[in-house]
Each structure stands twice: as C-alpha cells, then as structure tokens.
Design a protein around this ligand. Structure first.
Ligand code: SF4
Ligand code: SF4
Length: 434
C-alpha cells in the first residue's frame, strides 16, 4: 500500500470514527466529586480520598490494575506542587486492590526533573511508601497515533512506555495560575508525560494550538487504553491553590477542596470556576470537552459532595486572559501590530532578585534568553510566551506582564486624534447649520 493511499484511508477512518464518541468517554463523564479538605494532615487526606472514591462509586475501579500516579512536581514553595502526602495516602488506600502503583513526571529537562522530584520530596516520600518514582526523561517512548477522536493539533505523540502499558493513570494536578496560559489544571498536568515537551513550545507558538496539543495528550493516553472504561482519573488538589504569578511565583490561596472526576475537562470546568474564571476562555478545556461531548457549562455537571458555589474565590488573582485571545486577532493589517501589543505578555527580569544562575537561559525553549555581562536579557522577537523561564527560576525573579502599559501611549494617541476629529466635525456641522 502506498503512503498516499494509507494516508487517505486513515483520514476516512478518522471521519467515520469521529461520528461516535467512544464509550470510555461517556463513563461518568459529567460526574464530579467535591470533598472538603482543610489541610494536608495524612489522616484528613485519607478520609477525604475515601469519601471521593465513595462519591464517585469507584471502590472496585483499582482492582488488579497497574497504576501510574502523575503529580505536578516543582522545586519551589510547598503550595506550588502536588503534595507527596496526597500521593502516599492514595497509595495506602488503594494498594490492596491495585497490582502495582508507581509515580512519574518530567519537567523541563532531565536534570531539572531530578531536582523537582527531590526538592518537592515526591521521590523520597513515594519511595519510602514503596513506590518506584520515574523521571520520564529516562523512560523508553512509544509512538501513539491519535485516531479516535481525531487529533486537534498533533497526529501522533510519544508517551513513556510505563504510561502506554499501564491500566490507569491517576492525574494529580494542583489548582493554580500560569503566567503564560492563565491556568494550569487537569488537562495541562498531562504535559509532564512528554519528555520532549520543550520542543512543543516551539512547534505550537499560537497559544490556541498549544492548548489543543495539550488536549491531544489526554486522548493519546486514552488511545493506549485496552478497556472500555476510562484510563485517566483526575484528583485535583485545590486545598491550598496558587493565585497571582503562577505556576511558581504566586501566592497561596485557600480553597479547601479535593476535586475528582474521569473527564479532565469536567474537573477543569470546576477548578477554573472556583478561581472565578470562565472555562470557555481556555482552549484546552474546550478541546477535551468538545471531543468527549461535554458542554463547557458547570450547570450541566452532576457535582456530588460539597456545593461548589460556597467555594468560589471571588477575588482570586489571575493572570490576564487577553494574552490567550491574541490568536483570534487578525495576523496582518493596520491594527494587527497594536492589537498584538495589547494581548502579548512581556517577560521581566528583576535584577535585584536575579542570582545569574542561568537556569532560565538553559530552560528557555526558544533561546530567547541570554546572559550579557551582569544581567539576563530577553529577546522579545524570539520569545514564544511559554513562561518556562518563570517556572524554572529558583528565586522568583521573573514575572510576566501584559504589554498593555507599553501600548497605552498608542491608545491615548488614537483616542486623542479621534476625539479631535469628532469635535472638529461637530463644530463644522454646527457652523454650517448656523
Ligand atoms: S533563573 Fe532566575 S535567578 Fe537564575 S538567572 Fe534566570 S532570572 Fe536570574
Ligand atoms: S523568554 Fe521565557 S517566556 Fe519567552 S520563550 Fe523563553 S522561557 Fe518562554
């Protein structure tokens, strides 16, 4: 069979497959369990997890399964990453049912992943609890073709062998903000399954494409599913969330909940709503929801346990969502330049806090950062606004700001000139009448 024929057949097959949503995505897809949890005391975590499992009615779900726990690891303050206490208590709770439970993640580079797993104490605590902890940079990768549902951004993905061969991935994200993408939750947490993730920032410069690619990872994992039940279960830590300059340099904000469900988009709809955001703003949520037949509407979810409206943090500080809307604006034309100014983020290095360690330079996927004499310099033309630099800076010296203030003079000029002509026109009109 020639490559062209094979390609056409694959396309036709995708079109046929896309007509129906695979059964596994319908399983409890609009059901979310919310359980109150005020702190990370092991006993309280255990009780909250037990309640989540009861509410979801999945006591037997773990039976005989090989399970991979996917935390959000980070080498920073405690409220920035998935607490290993949750991983340990979860393991204790399901170990009698499960066959084997391991954990794994990848952050920007192999070395940085080792650092994050160590500093977050995920490696130490999980290993002490009898779990193998993987740095996915060291894993063999398997190519997964995205077929059903059809891909949104990538035709195939390379996932760690341990993930493709396992029965269940328990996705353990943290509810927090992200300087480049506003929010990082359930769908985005699976980005840590790609050890080649840094290249993705380069190949998906448009934020909407990048977010669709994140959604593709969720479906790539499900593509390796051998059963008719979902392979991804999400339990989100929204006990102490992060607001402001996430994913690393923000401030802790108590929400006091664990959120669980099988559909990652459903978990994110609840998570982002608790941050007082509009989930329809986020392409990653829209993309997973659309392809699993889930309306991006919290009123259409069946939320068990706590009443979510009591937990919405009205003044939750979020990065500006305008940077995500840049893709929707015209790429060329008279207003494109000005519009870009209004919707882009600008990377700022705080010279007083910077230690010149060059972690940001090493982790910038676009090569937009360099050390020049005694400071770090940002090449704005190269920057893809991924905010990996902010995530890697050990000293909170990097922040993302909207270009808005820089664009303000343009706006004032436009308004001033328009007002001048309007007044001139009105005066001319009055004079002509008189
Ligand atoms: S990572 Fe932070 S501290 Fe290190 S050079 Fe970059 S800005 Fe400075
Ligand atoms: S400078 Fe920062 S935000 Fe810009 S591409 Fe590099 S890592 Fe990403």
């Amino acid at each position: 069979m020639t490559a062209t024929v094979e390609k056409v057949e694959k396309k036709v097959q995708r079109e046929i497959d896309s007509r129906a949503i695979p059964e596994k995505f319908n399983y409890k897809k609009n059901i979310i369990a919310l359980v109150k949890l005020d702190d990370y005391e092991p006993e309280n975590i255990r009780n909250a997890l037990k309640k989540l499992i009861e509410l979801l009615g999945i006591k037997d779900y773990f039976k005989g399964k090989n399970i991979v726990l996917k935390p959000n690891a980070l080498a920073a303050a405690k409220f920035t990453f998935t607490p290993p206490e949750i991983m340990v208590e979860l393991k204790k709770l399901i170990e009698n049912e499960a066959k084997e439970i391991i954990a794994g993640d990848s952050t920007m580079t192999k070395g940085f992943t080792n650092t994050t797993l160590k500093r977050s104490r995920i490696k130490e605590m999980c290993e002490n609890a009898g779990m193998k902890v993987l740095n996915f940079f060291e894993s063999k990768r398997e190519k997964i073709d995205l077929i059903n549902p059809p891909p949104a951004a990538e035709n195939s993905m390379y996932l760690p062998k341990e993930v493709t061969s396992t029965d269940l991935v328990i996705n353990l994200p943290k509810l927090k903000t992200h300087g480049g993408y506003v929010y990082t939750g359930a769908v985005k947490n699976l980005f840590g399954l790609l050890s080649y993730k840094m290249t993705m920032h380069q190949t998906h410069k448009r934020k909407s494409d990048f977010q669709k690619m994140l959604a593709d990872i969720y479906f790539a994992v499900e593509e390796t599913n051998k059963s008719q039940m979902p392979k991804v279960l999400t339990i989100m830590d929204a006990v102490i969330a992060m607001e402001g300059k996430g994913p690393r340099g923000g401030k802790p904000r108590k929400v006091g909940l664990l959120i669980a469900g099988f559909n990652s988009a459903a978990v994110d709809i609840v998570g982002y709503t608790l941050m007082n955001g509009h989930p329809t703003d986020l392409e990653a949520i829209n993309s997973v929801a659309e392809r699993t037949g889930l309306p991006v509407d919290i009123s259409k979810l069946k939320i068990l346990g706590e009443n979510y409206t009591n937990y919405i943090v009205k003044d939750f500080k979020k990065p500006n969502v305008m940077s995500l809307r840049k893709d929707r604006l015209p790429a060329t034309g008279a207003y494109a330049k000005i519009a870009k100014k209004f919707t882009s983020i600008s990377i700022k290095i705080n010279g007083k806090k910077c230690l010149l360690c060059e972690e940001c330079v090493k982790n910038c996927p676009a090569g937009a950062l360099s050390k020049e004499e005694d400071k770090i310099v940002v090449d704005k033309n190269e920057c893809v606004e991924c905010y990996c630099c902010g995530e890697s800076c050990p000293n909170g010296a990097i922040s993302a700001r909207m270009y808005l203030f820089k664009a303000l003079p343009y706006l004032i000029t436009i308004i001033g000139v328009s007002a001048f002509f309007l007044i001139w026109f009105i005066i001319q009109l009055i004079l002509s009448i008189l």
